[in-house]
Design a protein around this ligand. Structure first.
Ligand code: WT7
Length: 629
């Protein structure tokens, strides 16, 4: 990894409407943070008590570097908090899931309805021999049954491993084998841009290399229904018809595993990140409620897929633990047209909207006209996650979607952290380009290689200095890879990101540490150059890589996609070079610019610079199982 480096910070800040702050669950960030620091265990104890436990903890936390236990010896079941608690209270008839299909189909499941489905499916799984601790792989489209399957596993203590429905057979087989899943839950098809994706076909192919799977549950959506292989495959609906309706929640220890989820793999081979029941529940419940500031009548839409951690934490467990109404949409943001999302927000009265910068930049490219067609005045809070939200995208999101009215929470976190760690809490001043400060509950800093905090304006490594409830506990089957997170910088969890703080403690995430280019001895963050390129009117998205150069060590090559109507002809490259020079200085100017129709990305939307680099240098791109088709 590189040494620390200077970053020029340009700052602009927005103060949200003071009314947001007055009514927020965390009305005073500074005070809440101080309270947390004064006594972290008391802080988490108080939050955990808002939930139902079968047996209370002996201690809030046990920290035996680098191993943490949270809510030691407590017993719980996360589904009890996501379902039973609400059904017994006054959310029985409240919509839990509002699902929309690509063709406009709608399904609404109340909390009571979801509860019943989950219990039946939990019994169905048990009838297939699934029990506590068994691994179950879920490979499904974005339908309510995917959420039901996850919760049903958790209900009986089985450990789910959700594999994103866009992965191919090899990626699926690798994940099934690594987790040694004994049951696979899938569907005949998912729908995307009006086309059926043959999930069952892909699953069958994967299973030829994954002998550990004994039974396959198939949700059949197509007509006529596909034939199943009676020796191994069983119909979801048939199972449900025969299953008993009641299924009490299994008693789980707080430290029992809840799920395994493979990291998106934009670097290296996928790792099976293990999350546990108690701490994960508390961490996702708290952040969902406080970061999005969810109130009883909110309608919440996170556009992620449940196949990613964002979906696990902020479609399923966090929002359902809070008891909110969750919108779930199968389909693509610009299908049937680029107004599809805005129309849904209007039709469903969405109040909280959580999406990714890659989507925001895509919408920017389609122009202001699409969102302007729809009344988006129900929106109250906007969120972003997945990569840096560059200032231009922030401004557009704030203005064109939020009407200059909605706070934006740019949330930094990872599959490994399980919960959001850095953001600008509602009511605090927002600075475009900066995710914000550590949330009350998280100790995050920017340090040098020795673990010393770097001064404002100096870039360094983003680290976490104290354990947190939703932290990963291990990497499935490879604890050494877990320890590596804590071994790189003394005393710290190393996130693998480069960042910089300003004088107010706001953190700007620059990009992955391995996405750094050294040009003539200067460290240049790919994300920084990309952000500069994207700030030009003609540019939609940009990816930059380092190309070995005999003189400079490396030069920068940029791959650029243009906005609608922009022309790569006459002098655009020169103009872009000037533009970057003006914002970052001559050292950051790309030596070469190539225009592309689209950039290679992981299915979760991260640009795969590694693939561009390999192509450029005629090298082997390595594992590309996470590459979008
Ligand atoms: C990596 C984690 C956490 C959910 C989705 C991704 C990048 C994430 C931000 C943000 C800048 C961000 C980081 C991080 N990242 N959120 N708000 N600003 N960068 O999960 O696949 O585990 O990726 O995504 O590089 O390390 P993931």
């Amino acid at each position: 990894m590189a040494e620390t480096f200077a970053v020029k910070l340009e700052e602009k800040s927005y103060l949200p409407d003071p009314r947001c702050k007055a009514t927020a669950w965390t009305p005073d960030y500074t005070r809440a943070y101080q309270e947390f620091v004064r006594d972290p265990e008391a802080f988490w104890d108080r939050i955990a008590r808002e939930l139902v436990w079968f047996k209370p903890w002996d201690r809030v936390r046990e920290w035996n570097y680098p191993y943490a236990k949270w809510f030691v010896n407590a017993h719980l079941n996360i589904t009890y908090n996501c379902l039973d608690r609400h059904v017994a209270g006054d959310r029985k008839d409240k919509p839990a899931i509002v699902w929309r299909g690509e063709q406009g189909e709608e399904r609404v499941l109340s909390y009571d309805g979801l509860y019943r489905e989950v219990m039946r499916f939990a019994n169905s799984l048990a009838s297939l021999g699934v029990g506590k601790g068994d691994r179950v792989c879920i490979y499904m489209p974005l339908v309510p049954e995917q959420v039901i399957a996850m919760l049903a596993c958790a209900r009986i203590g089985a450990v789910h491993s959700v594999v994103f429905g866009g992965f191919g057979p090899d990626a699926l087989a690798m994940r099934i084998n690594d987790a040694e899943a004994k049951v696979l839950i899938t569907a005949d098809a998912g729908y995307r841009r009006g086309k059926a994706i043959p999930l069952l076909g892909i699953a069958r192919e994967a299973l030829t290399h994954a002998p550990c799977v004994e039974r396959v549950v198939v949700l059949r959506r197509e007509t006529p229904a596909v034939d199943l292989d009676p020796a191994r495959e069983v119909d979801y609906g048939d199972l449900m018809v025969h299953a008993a309706p009641e299924c009490p929640a299994e008693t789980m220890d707080a430290e029992d595993p809840l799920f395994i989820l493979y990291t998106s793999g934009s670097t290296g081979a996928p790792k099976g990140i293990v999350h546990t029941c108690g701490g994960y529940m508390v961490g996702t419940y708290y952040t969902t409620r406080h970061v999005f500031d969810i109130k009883e009548n909110d309608v919440y839409w996170c556009t992620a897929d449940t196949g990613w951690i964002t979906g696990h934490s902020y479609i399923v467990y966090g929002p359902l633990a809070v008891g909110t109404t969750v919108v779930l949409v199968e389909g693509t943001p610009d299908y049937p047209d680029p107004g599809a999302y805005w129309q849904l927000i209007r039709d469903l009265g969405v109040t909280i909207f959580y999406t990714a910068p890659t989507a925001i930049r895509m919408f920017m490219r389609y122009g202001d006209g699409w969102p302007a067609k729809y009344d988006l005045s129900t929106l109250r809070v906007l969120g972003s996650v997945g990569e840096p939200l560059n200032p231009e995208a922030f401004e557009w999101y704030y203005r064109a979607i939020g009407g200059g009215r909605c706070p934006i929470v740019d949330t930094w976190w990872q599959t490994e952290t399980g919960m959001q760690m850095v953001t600008t809490m509602i009511g605090e001043a927002m600075k475009p380009g900066f995710a914000g400060k550590p949330i009350p509950g998280a100790v995050v800093d920017v340090v040098d290689r020795a673990g010393n905090p770097v001064p404002p304006g100096t870039g360094g490594f983003l680290v976490i200095k104290e354990p947190w409830p939703a932290m990963l506990r291990t990497v499935h089957g490879n604890d050494e890879r877990y320890r590596a997170y804590w071994n790189t910088i003394p005393g710290c969890y190393t996130a693998g990101d480069l960042a910089v703080k300003d004088q107010d403690g706001y953190i700007m995430v620059i990009g992955r540490a391995d996405d750094l280019i050294v040009v003539s001895g200067h460290n240049i963050g790919t994300a920084e150059v990309e952000s500069a390129l994207v700030s030009h009117d003609a540019v939609a998205e940009a990816a930059v890589i380092g190309k070995p150069d005999p003189l400079k060590g490396n030069v920068i090559k940029a791959f650029v996609t243009l906005r609608m109507g922009a022309d790569p002809g006459d002098g655009l490259s020169d103009e872009l070079a000037r533009h970057v020079r003006k914002s970052l200085g001559p050292v950051a100017v790309p030596a070469e610019i190539e225009y592309m129709d689209r950039l290679p990305k992981t299915r979760s939307g991260k640009i795969m610079r590694r693939v561009l680099k390999a192509r450029e240098l005629g090298m082997d791109p390595g594992d590309i199982s996470t590459l979008e088709e």
